[in-house]
Design a protein around this ligand. Sequence first.
Ligand SMILES: Cc1ncc(C[n+]2csc(CCOP(=O)(O)OP(=O)(O)O)c2C)c(N)n1
Length: 340
Amino acid sequence: MTATLTPNLSATTKLALYERMQLLRKMEEQLVADFKRGDVLPGNVHLYIGQEAVAVGVCAHLSDRDWITSTHRGHGHFLAKGGDPTALLAEIYARVGGPCKGFGGTMHVADFSKGIVGANGIVGAGTPIATGAGLSAQLEGSDRVAVAFFGDGASNRGTLMESLNVAALWKLPVIYVCENNGFSEFSPTDTVTSGSIAARGTALGVPSVTIDGNDVEAVWHATEGAVTRARRHEGPSFIEAVTYRQRGHAEAEVYWLSEAYRTDEEVAAWIAKDPIPRYAAQLMRDGVADAARLAAIDATIAAQVEAAATAARASEPPSPELLRPFMPLGLAFHFSTEEK
Ligand SMILES: Cc1ncc(C[n+]2csc(CCOP(=O)(O)OP(=O)(O)O)c2C)c(N)n1
């Protein structure tokens, strides 16, 4: 992978990384509260809390012309890539203001105008889609790049090997970002995953690194090299970002599970390495911002999230009429004759 290009980030960049991570965190804290209250959230959600440094450090290098594909745990990727917070909550709340007009929900948030090709409920389905986006960039001769975000569980799917193979062979501008968050549903990674995840890229000649995914600047630097390489048409890269899923696999798991699959001590040890307080401490230590400045950023984000939640709740549930163009012919005929 390309050596470090920008050794020192500017104070503006550092504060922007902090601010964006807080947006992701506070949006999902809103969802934790919504789930507990049970009034606006019509179903389950998979939260990204604890992994914010990955999406934010990667997407800081991307413009609206670049693409990302995401996973069932996709809210963070959507927001890091510049997706609209109100639209995101409206989709999750099943309201017409969402990108799928409330019919898709949490696992189908997308915004093509921002290069967000979409979250995806099928584990491992995003890697071939990002690879196809990379192929389209190559065919049009542009410097666009595509990023596939996926989990350690998805790294065991054949789709990843197929994607890496063709991307390496054709030197496609794709960055494969595996978020190794310690679990595939309720299975610890080392009980279902052989060998090193980054070695899956190395085996096919793709420059691959394993980094601390809770260190937003480490993610930023690794991605800078990978994006530069991709924009120069030098081919794909693979980043394994080691992080931790602080919440459950899904918020609803408290109703499904009869026994714990991890200890409180393990969770606490990782919360002590939470990427956001850790970065706040670093910014203060380095004199980039004092506590008051960071508190002001936090307050601004909290107000933004509250406004987004209020606006999303005010959005109407979608009318069944909106489904008509997508109905099978027979059902559409039934509806049309019923009205007469
Ligand atoms: C093809 C497929 N197989 C199984 C599932 C069920 N499933 C949903 S999430 C998940 C675990 C995914 O783990 P990982 O890729 O590590 O992502 P994480 O949940 O940790 O973010 C599984 C097995 C699915 N949605 N799709």
